[in-house]
Ligand binder design. Structure first.
Ligand code: C2E
Ligand code: MG
Ligand code: MG
Ligand code: MG
Length: 284
């Protein structure tokens, strides 16, 4: 019986592996057409001033509506696009689309609205990255000061080139943020040496903020950021208590389901016009 069971387990394991492999291959192939077939879209999550509850900008988050699998998470397909190289074309599209959209909102009466765009390491390390962004922004008359690029600590693998790129971006006025801050191994060094503007504290640290919980780490990160004159943004705020603790500790900006999930452009426009549907905010 045990033997029969073992065999079944093996077969199950085997077919599960096969299924995953087939899915990966399908994604690899599908990526090539996703752009032409209009299967990609951007969602926007408000970035909020924690004290006033006002929307000061948004983060563009990529979605892929796959013809066979439905909505696929960027966590699944971005790493594959990095492997295949499709990230270059996709990344260009994301930047152009996000800036064009935000330019529309700026013209609608929100002139200081910022937009944050995620940039993968491979994209960031392209030779012509800076030039492409620069001409892209000029084409649509977009102020570089109102664009923020979010990169992760993985760019540290090429510390020298990355520092040069960050310097050049700074010179053009474009802002840069370290995303998922605190999850990499070289956080302190990054914070001190890299010419960045913002740190986004990873959701894992925000999750620690609960009544009777120990959230000394998050306070330490906020203080380090502020001492180095960086803007500090909290990711993944889900409840009032977290928002209150963050605001009290001078973390001034945040994003999370408490305020809004990432939404489509027309829904974000509603949020801009009507304000977030929440009646109380924390004034400290
Ligand atoms: P990220 O940049 O750290 O984005 C934050 C993720 O947390 C998003 O997941 C967002 O939907 C989710 N999130 C926001 N607030 C909350 C909350 O309160 N609770 C919970 N549970 N989740 C929250 P998403 O949209 O699935 O994106 C996952 C990751 O994929 C992003 O992490 C980013 O690293 C990457 N990504 C997304 N769009 C792009 C893109 O255009 N280019 C590149 N290179 N990467 C992208
Ligand atoms: Mg991000
Ligand atoms: Mg993040
Ligand atoms: Mg992330």
């Amino acid at each position: 019986l045990a033997k029969a069971n073992g065999k079944n387990n093996f077969q199950f394991f085997n077919s599960e592996l096969n299924r995953q492999l087939e899915r990966k291959v399908a994604i690899e192939h599908g990526l090539r057409k996703a752009l032409e077939e209009n299967e990609l879209s951007l969602y926007y999550q408000p970035k909020v001033d924690l004290h006033s509850g006002r929307i000061i900008g948004s983060e563009a988050l990529l979605r892929w509506n796959h013809p066979e699998f439905g909505l696929i998470s960027p966590n699944e397909f971005i790493p594959i696009a990095e492997e295949t190289g499709d990230i270059a074309a996709i990344g260009d599209w994301v930047l152009q689309t996000a800036c064009k959209q935000n330019r529309k909102w700026q013209k609608m009466g929100f002139p200081f609205l910022t937009i944050a765009v995620n940039v993968s390491a491979r994209q960031f390390q392209q030779q012509d990255f800076l030039k492409k962004i620069h001409t892209g922004l000029q084409e649509i008359g977009y102020s570089p000061k109102l664009l923020e690029l979010e990169i992760t600590e993985s760019i540290m693998q090429n510390i020298k080139e990355s520092t040069e790129m960050l310097k050049s971006l700074k010179a053009t006025g474009i802002k840069t943020a370290i995303d998922d801050f605190g999850t990499g191994y070289s956080s302190l060094f990054i914070l001190k040496e890299l010419p960045i503007d913002t740190i986004k504290i990873d959701k894992a640290f925000i999750d620690d903020i609960k009544e009777a919980g120990d959230y000394s780490m998050v306070r330490t990160i906020i203080n380090m950021g502020l001492n180095l004159n960086l803007e500090v943004v909290a990711e993944g705020i889900e409840d009032e208590f977290q928002a209150e603790v963050l605001a009290k500790n001078q973390c001034n900006y945040g994003q999370g389901y408490l305020y809004s999930k990432p939404v489509q452009a027309h829904e974000f426009e509603q949020l801009l016009i009507e304000g977030l549907k929440k009646d109380s905010y924390h004034t400290v």
